[in-house]
Design a binder for this molecule. Structure first.
Ligand SMILES: Cc1ncc(C[n+]2csc(CCOP(=O)(O)OP(=O)(O)O)c2C)c(N)n1
Length: 201
């Protein structure tokens, strides 16, 4: 499928995504705008907000998907961040967790550090990369309705799915509180894996 020319809005699609969640799905968001817009769409205990390091939303989400195969898991990641860890797509293609959905927000820039152009602004097609890595169910999102329809998938339709979305350069309007311990504890509680102690390991 060819890359779409229409640019969608990350905050709007993040809200649409959260509104569709019905089964305590885990949502793991990469750093910066990606998790700010998830937080802005409404905090849930099953949300994990990565801080500091690029490229870790998909590896973390893959781990959650393998640990809890009956839970839907969604990874949200920026184009700059996924470009930093393309190897994880090959691992996900190989391991093929059927409950994992990946959304790549492709604005073609490292927005938060000053809008430097990424490779996806020129030569790199993330959907082609994902298919080549073995994630056959990879698609460019055409518009909002297409996004919602694709997000309706069920696990028994097969392995992981990757959606790439060409987005505009509107920054996230709110920032996620920078409290890593709190984020971790809330997420563990949200997934039912913590007794809820203040700093239990
Ligand atoms: C490993 C690593 N390298 C560099 C940085 C500095 N940095 C923080 S955000 C960012 C750009 C992120 O780009 P992208 O994932 O496309 O998200 P956007 O800012 O466009 O929403 C960079 C380079 C970092 N946080 N971690």
């Amino acid at each position: 499928m060819t890359m779409p020319t229409q640019r969608l809005n990350r905050a709007d699609l993040s809200k649409r995504l959260v509104a569709k969640l019905k089964h305590d799905e885990a949502v793991v968001a990469g750093i910066g705008n990606t998790n700010w817009d998830l937080y802005g769409a409404g905090h849930r205990p099953q949300n994990f907000y990565m801080l500091g390091s690029m490229g870790l939303a998909c590896p973390i989400a893959m781990g959650v998907a393998l640990a809890q195969p009956e839970r839907g898991v969604i990874a949200l990641e920026g184009d700059g961040s996924i470009l930093m860890s393309l190897g994880c797509l090959a691992t996900i293609g190989k391991v093929a967790p059927r409950n994992l959905t990946i959304v790549i927000w492709d604005n073609g820039i490292y927005q938060i550090t000053g809008k430097q152009a990424t490779a996806t602004a020129g030569t790199t097609d993330i959907v082609a990369v994902a298919k080549g890595a073995g994630i056959a169910n990879s698609h460019w999102v055409r518009d909002e309705d297409h996004f919602e329809k694709l997000m309706d998938r069920r696990f028994d339709e097969g392995g992981p799915m990757l959606l790439a979305v060409k987005i505009d350069d509107k920054p996230g309007p709110v920032q996620t509180p920078r409290d890593p311990s709190l984020i971790r504890i809330r997420f563990m509680q949200g997934l039912g894996t913590s007794r809820g102690g203040a700093l239990d390991a």
